[in-house]
Design a protein. Structure first.
Length: 104
């Protein structure tokens, strides 16, 4: 699992039948900044994830990728590689809050 920020959405009107009705999000993985380790920072890469919980643009989300993305009841038969499984409220590293949804 990892943390990512929702940066947009994707619409594909032509797709396999099993994917109809699923919201697709553009997400950017985040990591702990290297030197100060006091905040999260974007990695600069993006990919597409299926949203099963109603996340929105600008929110930090919890994702799972690979075969684990197909282990939820909603995604077990879908041809996907990434799924949003939670909306992040806070992240604490070494007894310090590095992300708080209320501050965003």
């Amino acid at each position: 699992m990892f943390v990512a920020k929702v940066t947009g959405s994707l619409v594909a009107t032509q797709k396999v039948d099993s994917m109809r009705g699923y919201k697709l999000l553009v997400v950017e993985p985040y990591r702990l900044e290297g030197k100060r380790r006091k905040q999260l920072e974007g990695t600069g890469r993006t990919f597409i994830a299926v949203d099963t919980i109603g996340a929105g643009e600008g929110e930090m989300v919890l994702l799972t990728q690979g075969s684990s993305a197909r282990l939820t009841p909603e995604t077990k038969n879908l041809p996907i590689d990434a799924v949003v499984i939670g909306i992040v409220d806070t992240v604490h590293i070494e007894h310090q809050c590095v992300f708080n949804k209320e501050d965003s």
